[in-house]
Write a new protein. Structure first.
Length: 263
């Protein structure tokens, strides 16, 4: 089934509009609330998601939206948009210019379109299933790196302190075996950077569908490999992902799943 070009056009249009909203709030006095001890939500998150929902409702009234801030409406259309209005809210709230909007369109259970937009770097990552991945309209591809010692990795840490201890140990184990490990604070950008060849692999768990839906497709369409920790297909609602250039995938997975690293 050929994708309606209006779907991708709408995702890009919405991402660029979100970027304008994000820039208008960025480094300005900002109302910040907490969803957990360190899980933040700002007025900008709410404004971006409200704008996105209004666009989808106006253009595709039978489609549903699953968003970080407002949950999901009910529909049987088979079309679901998955949106993180600001991926990297903690960075955003602290004036750190590493954040984005992440938009994916799922059709009958499969993500077919992914768009990630960094409004400060003015970088628009896009992908359609079977159509490759692009950055500002130009094709991108993962790296050919084949050894861990030559690899630069990226990861994140869960909001819950109870889930952080093992991740810290895995981080340390991979830091010893690689050129380096980074933590940027935005899973969607982490994945997009793997797709663009800036990182060789990304792993993280305890994520949400809106964190990874778009980025996972972008990596796959850039020639990368995307699995869960058991080497199976990624379940967006399990929140566990390993995305890589391919050659280092199993090398990273061996460390991430090492039973010798205690919880």
């Amino acid at each position: 089934m050929a994708l309606d070009p209006l779907f991708t056009a709408t995702a890009i249009e919405a991402a660029l509009a979100a970027g304008r909203i994000q820039r208008s709030f960025f480094r300005q006095p900002l109302a910040i609330d907490k969803k957990g001890p360190i899980d933040l939500v700002t007025a900008a998150d709410v404004a971006v998601e409200r704008d996105f929902r209004a666009r989808i409702e106006a253009r595709f009234p039978s489609h549903v939206v699953l968003g970080e801030e407002s949950g999901q409406a009910l529909s049987s259309s088979g079309y679901r948009w998955i949106v993180d209005p600001i991926d990297g809210t903690t960075n955003f709230a602290h004036g750190v210019a590493l954040f984005c909007i992440s938009i994916a369109l799922e059709i009958d259970g499969a993500v077919e379109i992914g768009v990630v937009y960094d409004p400060i770097g003015e970088e628009l990552f896009t992908a359609e299933r079977g159509g490759g991945a692009r950055l500002n309209g130009l094709p991108i591809h993962v790296t050919p790196t084949a050894s861990l010692i030559d690899a630069l990795l990226v990861t994140g840490f869960p909001y819950s302190p109870a889930h952080r201890a093992r991740q810290v140990r895995v981080f340390g184990a991979l830091l010893e075996r690689t050129r380096g490990v980074r933590r940027l604070g935005s899973a969607a950008l982490d994945l997009s950077y793997v797709a663009a060849g800036r990182f060789d692999a990304f792993w993280e768990e305890h994520l949400h569908a809106w964190d990874i839906a778009a980025g996972a497709l972008i990596v796959a369409e850039a020639g990368g490999r995307v699995t869960d920790y058991q080497n199976g297909a990624v379940d967006l609602f399990k929140g566990e992902i390993l995305a890589s250039n391919g050659p280092v995938h199993d090398l990273v997975r061996a460390v991430v799943t090492d039973p010798g690293i205690p919880a």
